[in-house]
Structures are given as C-alpha cells and as structure tokens.
Design a protein around this ligand. Structure first.
Ligand code: KIV
Ligand code: ZN
Length: 512
C-alpha cells in the first residue's frame, strides 16, 4: 500500500481571507458539508479567536461534521489557543493549528520580537495546545523565507513539545518547485526528531506556482499533507487549488505513487458552491473545473476524442463530477424530489420550514424557467443560507421602465430591519437606476469596485448571477444575487453586499 497524502482544506479560513470572500455561518456550514462529501481529511473551519462570527462558525462545523478532522487556526498565544479549543469541543476529531512568523523580516518588522522570544513563544504555544488536544499543527509563518538554521531549531523544539504536524508555508508565494522541495527535504534530514511529525506544504500562488510547489514539496521534500482551497481561493493570488493538486496526484499516480482519500466526483459541485457563495467566478479555462476544461472546439480535437477519448483527454470528466451536470427538476417535481436533490447536492437545511421556503421559491422559479439545473438549486440554497444571517436588508419587489431614447426609471421595495421601504430613482440603465434607488434610502457611501453578470447555466433562459463588490472604510465584500431577471439579480446582489458590509463591521482583524 502506497503512502497517503492528507488533504487539508483551508477554503473556510485562508480562502475566506481573500478580499470580498467573507461567508456567513450557514454558508460555511454548507461548504463544510460538501468538503466532507469530498472526503477531505482536515477542514480548517476558521480562526476562532478572530471574531465571534468565526468562533460560532468553527463551533457549528465542529458539531455537524463527523468524518473530517476539524481545525481552527490560532496565533501562538494561550488566549487564542484556548478559544480554538473551546470552539472545537464538539468535534469528533479536533486539531489546533498554531502559527508564529519565523523569517527575520516578519520577526523584526511585524512582530518586533527577537528570534529567542519567537522560539520560546512557539514552544509554549505548542505545549499549551497539546494539553488541550492531541492533534496540534505548527506553522512557522513565512517559513520558506526563514533562516534554515533558526527554522531547524524552532521545529525541533515544537516537535519535542508534541506538535504532530509541521507545516512549511510559502506565505508570499516566492518559492519555485525544485527549491521548495529541497528546502523541506533538508529540514527533514537535519532535524533529529523530524520523523515524529507529518510534514505539510502550504503554498500561495503569487507567481502561479502554488500547485507545482506543493507537488514538489510532496515528491522531493517528502511532505504528506497538502494545504489547499477550492478554486484556489485565498489571499492575493490565492492558495494551491484543491482540484488541481488532487487531480495531478490522481492522474499521475504512476509518477507520484501516492494515495488520496478524496472522492473526486464531488469536486465540481464544491467548486460551484464556493464560486456561487463568494461571487468569485471560475475562469472558463481553469483546469479541472472551468467551463472549457473538457470542451473541444477544434475539428481535429473533436474528431480525435470521438474516435478515442484519450487522444486529447487525460482525465474523465465524470470523475470530477461533470456528468452530474444535468437537468434535474421541473415544474411538476414535488417537494420530496426537491428535498432529495438538495441532499444529493450536499445542501442541508436547518428545518422543515426552511425546506418549505426554498421549495416555494423553487416552484416560483420553475414557473418562469422550464429546466432547473443543479446550479439553479445551489443558487436558491445560497439565497436561503444568506437569509439566515439575520440580514438587515431584504429584497421584496422591483419594477422598472426603460425605452430607447428615455432615461430608465426603477422603483424598488425592500425591507430594512423587517420594515418595508419603497424607493425610486432614474439611472444610466435599469440596473443603475435600481441600485441608485436602494442607495437613496440606505446612504451606505460604499464604492462599487466590481459588477459582473454570469449566466448560471449557459443560455438566455438561465438565471443571471450577479456579483457586486463594495468597498467601504477599507472593508471589501462581495454580494451575490440570482434571478432570471438580471435587474432583480443585481438588486439582490447589492442588498447582499450591504448586509455583508454590515456584519463585517463587527469583525476584528486578528490575522497576524
Ligand atoms: O500563509 C501562511 O503562512 C498561513 C499560515 C497561517 C499557515 O496561512
Ligand atoms: Zn496562507
């Protein structure tokens, strides 16, 4: 039996740190359930000490998810670690992931600590965490740019304190594959107790090499855990993409010779769920999950694939979930069929009342759109999840008038803390008029930095999915709205972004 690589997903922690990608508790829970279906080994559910919202999300996921280990990040201090342990209490299998920066640059400029102080703090943090849970991961932040001698000293000490996983982050995406692989190899060779821990890679994608670096860390360095995110979501250019690294290991098993526990047929649904929840659209030519990943446009390629699929395809589309992308329900489908499809898609609603509410929205949609795809159901479930976050603003109805040569007008009804308000405005186009009508009541002062429309399932019959990114006082949030009417979808997206701005205002920026 070959070695197994542990897949550690950090979509809900590092991925969520991506500007605008913040998610509420229900959204995170839904994604965690999908990660469990994927059979991800470890789910980093958040950073419990960073805010009450993160604490609750980690706590909820820890109680709900039974098959994956649930992990919380924590800085290397007792208060953060105790908070992480508290949030993880309900977990079947819990991990505390504690970190402190070890590069000269970070220690001097960011932490303003001496190497000896960092050394002591790392040791004490791991000792404290090991008293609370048996599974403790330690990360020397900016590890790849740290002095190898100092790193060896710190890592040897934390393993002696009981760290069970040692992660070597390339925090700023500076590594290149061969050097990163050899860096880990040498650390493992030099540290006398290195065999007492599992080694892990955590690569950012600033130079587009996160997946290649992670694979080199495994192949050359001997790491047996990969930290990654769905769609490569994450700070700046993102993290190592789960779907790419998993399919590379699986497709080239002849070369890597390593096993994985991942059930790859749930990859596409996970990708769509993360994209719809965060508003980060997946580029069509993205490996594995992009719309064109298995499409063949040129005649020669089409001809080849028809004669023998492996002429141009190295993976089977159905192995990552593409064949599940079919029409599932329609106008005549009943509540049971709807409920079953929700379950198959990994969407778990909190109560029968929630299912009823989602089902009546499904019926409304089916009246307007003959074919309901999985993506429509996921979008609908996203709307339900957002509604649970006790949002301040909620869409009710909209009417608009536009005619060639006339300035468009829109009137919108929405609720502010359950109270209905009506507002009207004109604008350059009907979308502009609708959003101006909302802003006339709300006066958020937020700046719109992105507006995009995407057809959820391809044709003009499909629902429009709108992403609105707002920025206010240094905070950036994405709102997503979907509807067959893109003006309504735009208004919903705008209100969803305003709700997120509101809830994000309460968050403490605790990340180091
Ligand atoms: O990129 C990084 O260094 C991190 C650590 C907290 C592991 O995300
Ligand atoms: Zn990171």
């Amino acid at each position: 039996m070959a070695d197994k690589v542990i897949i550690f997903d950090t979509t809900l922690r590092d991925g969520e740190q991506s500007p605008g990608a913040s998610m509420n508790k229900d959204e995170k829970l839904r994604i965690a359930r999908q990660l469990e279906r994927l059979k991800v080994d470890v789910i980093e559910a958040g950073f419990a000490a960073s805010s009450n919202g993160d604490f609750e999300a980690v706590q909820t996921i820890a109680s709900a998810i039974k098959d994956s280990t649930i992990c919380s990040l924590s800085r290397a201090n007792d208060k953060d670690i105790a908070r992480a342990a508290e949030a993880l209490k309900g977990a079947n299998s819990a991990r505390i992931h504690t970190f402190i920066a070890t590069s000269a640059l970070h220690m001097e400029k960011k932490l303003r600590m001496t190497p000896d102080e960092v050394f002591e703090q790392a040791k004490l943090a791991v000792r404290f965490a090991r008293n609370l849970v048996p599974d403790v991961e330690f990360s020397p932040e900016d590890g790849y740019r740290s002095d190898p001698d100092f790193l060896c000293r710190v890592i040897e000490a934390v393993i002696a304190e009981g760290a069970t996983t040692i992660n070597v982050p390339d925090t700023v995406g500076y590594a290149v594959p061969e050097l990163y692989g050899n860096f880990i190899k040498r650390l493992r060779e030099r540290i006398p107790n290195s065999d007492k821990a599992i080694w892990s890679v955590h690569c950012h994608n600033d130079l587009g090499m996160a997946v290649a670096n992670s694979l080199a860390g495994v192949k050359i360095g001997g790491a047996r855990q990969i930290e990654c995110t769905i769609n490569g979501l994450g700070e700046r250019a993102g993290n190592c993409s789960l779907e790419e690294v998993v399919m590379a290991l699986k497709t080239r098993r002849d070369y890597f010779g390593l096993d994985l526990g991942i059930d790859t047929k749930h990859i596409l649904a996970a990708s769509r769920m993360v994209s719809q929840t965060t508003g980060f659209v997946v580029q069509p030519n993205k490996a594995v999950v992009g719309a064109n990943a298995f499409a063949h446009a040129s005649g020669i390629h089409q001809d080849g694939v028809l004669k023998a699929r492996d002429t141009y395809e190295i993976m089977r589309a159905e192995d990552v979930g593409w064949s599940n992308n079919k029409i599932v329900l329609g106008k005549l489908s009943g509540r049971n069929a709807f409920k079953q499809r929700l379950q198959e898609l990994g969407v778990q609603m909190e109560s029968e009342a929630d299912i009823n509410s989602a089902f009546s929205k499904f019926k409304e949609l089916a009246d307007r759109k003959s074919e309901i795809f999985d993506e429509d159901i996921l979008a609908l479930a996203s709307d339900e999840a957002v509604m649970h976050d006790h949002e301040q603003y909620r869409f009710v109805s909209l009417s608009q008038r536009s005619e060639t040569g006339e300035r468009p007008q829109a009137s919108i009804v929405f609720t502010i803390n359950e109270l209905e308000v009506k507002s009207s405005s004109d604008g350059n186009g009907p979308v502009d008029a609708s959003l101006k009508a909302i802003e006339a009541q709300v006066n958020s002062g937020a700046e719109m930095v992105l507006y995009s429309v995407n057809a959820i399932s391809g044709s003009t019959e499909s629902q429009g999915e709108v992403t609105v990114r707002l920025q206010n006082s240094g905070r950036v949030v994405n709102g997503v709205g979907s509807d067959p009417d893109i003006i309504v979808a735009s208004a919903k997206a705008y209100l969803s972004a305003l709700n997120k701005l509101q809830s994000k205002a309460d968050r403490v920026a605790a990340q180091g």
